[in-house]
Design a protein around this ligand. Structure first.
Ligand code: SAM
Ligand code: DTB
Ligand code: SF4
Length: 325
């Protein structure tokens, strides 16, 4: 073979390409129109741009959490007015899942305000997973950090997704949370993967982090191998009584850029426009869908805070010609 042909021969990379923070920062710095165009191209290579996935949340154990996450209404140490509720009875969970399914949600996500689940609690959550699966819905739970063997128990019960957000850049993590580490989150995600459960992991913006921190969070998510199947991007819901209550909100266009950067860096993942929609005009939400968001939380509550009414989401989808999947 001559030298030219040799140079042109494809070389299979030993490991998948990794994103760098500089590359994702460069996406953020693109002219808005160019960034949106590129995000649309990537989105349309992997998805039908008129389809949107809907997940409904339910807080199955509320408040009284030992952790100090600076944004969270459920941390016991902050005076947020969020009541404490023990683990919900199975029948109530199933009733809520049935309502969500009837309204058109395809996935039911059960959240618990725990640092980590105790074995006896996990047992009860596995009953919830089995019952919700029996209705014909996809299941997701978010229970905090997992120890050896727990992810396998969840898989055994039929769990589809485990949500565990990296939340913010490893370098900014200590400004937000001190009672556990970013490395602990990565460790739990590894256990979830090993057990064969799909990963749902994303983060929160608007906590006073820099654009570089936002780019780094996207890199840390995209470079998980493989990247999470589902990537929730939350805009901080400021909760009175938490340390983050008074942080200045980020500009809507910066939020849309974050969605676009996540879409480009994780082309095959569902990117979920998550918390914070109540404070977003419909037009901004539409820009997020244009930037590649193709999933939402659906139903009038997130965990402890509000979310747009299902009927108003339906009306928005109708206006945009978005079809639920
Ligand atoms: N305790 C578990 C954990 O921390 O993984 C599960 C529940 S926790 C409430 C789930 C996620 O909700 C957090 O990781 C965070 O991303 C998001 N979240 C909590 N409070 C929020 C807020 N005020 N604004 C936006 N997102 C929030
Ligand atoms: C995620 O990324 N966002 C959801 C879900 N995963 C568990 C939670 C949002 C919580 C918003 C504040 C609240 O309602 O307590
Ligand atoms: Fe607890 Fe999760 Fe809230 Fe942190 S985010 S305080 S771990 S419920």
């Amino acid at each position: 073979m001559n030298a030219i042909l040799q140079a042109a021969a494809p070389i299979a990379p030993a490991t998948p390409a990794k994103w760098t923070v500089a590359e994702v920062e460069a996406l953020y710095q693109m002219p808005f129109m160019d960034l949106m165009f590129r995000a649309q191209q990537v989105h349309r290579e992997h998805f039908d741009a008129s389809e949107i996935q809907r997940s409904t949340l339910l807080s199955v154990k509320t408040g009284g959490c030992s952790e100090d996450c600076g944004y969270c209404s459920q941390a016991a140490r902050y005076d947020t007015g969020t009541g404490r509720e023990p683990l919900m009875p199975l029948a109530e969970v199933v009733a809520a899942a049935r309502v969500a399914m009837d309204k058109g949600a395809s996935r039911f996500c059960m959240g618990a305000a725990w640092r980590e689940p105790k074995d006896k609690d996990l047992e009860k959550v596995t009953e919830m997973i089995r019952a919700v699966k029996d209705l014909g819905m996809q299941t997701c739970v978010t229970l905090g950090m997992l120890k050896d063997g727990q992810a396998e128990q969840l898989k055994e019960a039929g769990l589809d997704y485990y949500n565990h957000n990296l939340d913010t850049d490893a370098e900014f993590y200590g400004e937000v949370i001190t009672t556990h580490k970013h490395a602990d989150r990565i460790d739990t995600l590894g256990q979830v993967r090993e057990a064969g459960i799909k990963v749902c992991s994303g983060g929160i913006v608007g906590m006073g982090e820099s654009r570089r921190n936002r780019a780094a969070l996207i890199v840390q998510l995209a470079n998980l191998n493989p990247p999470p199947e589902s990537v929730p991007i939350n805009n901080l819901v400021p909760v009175p009584g938490t340390p983050m209550a008074g942080v200045a909100p980020i500009d809507h266009f910066e939020f849309v850029r974050t969605i676009a950067a996540a879409r480009i860096a994780m082309p095959a993942s569902f990117v979920r426009l998550s918390a914070g929609r109540q404070a977003m005009p419909e037009e901004v939400q539409a820009l997020c869908f244009l930037a590649g968001a193709n999933s939402i939380f659906y139903g009038d509550r997130l965990l402890t805070t509000g979310n747009p009414e299902a009927d108003s989401d339906e009306a928005l989808f109708e206006k945009l010609g978005l079809r639920p999947i």
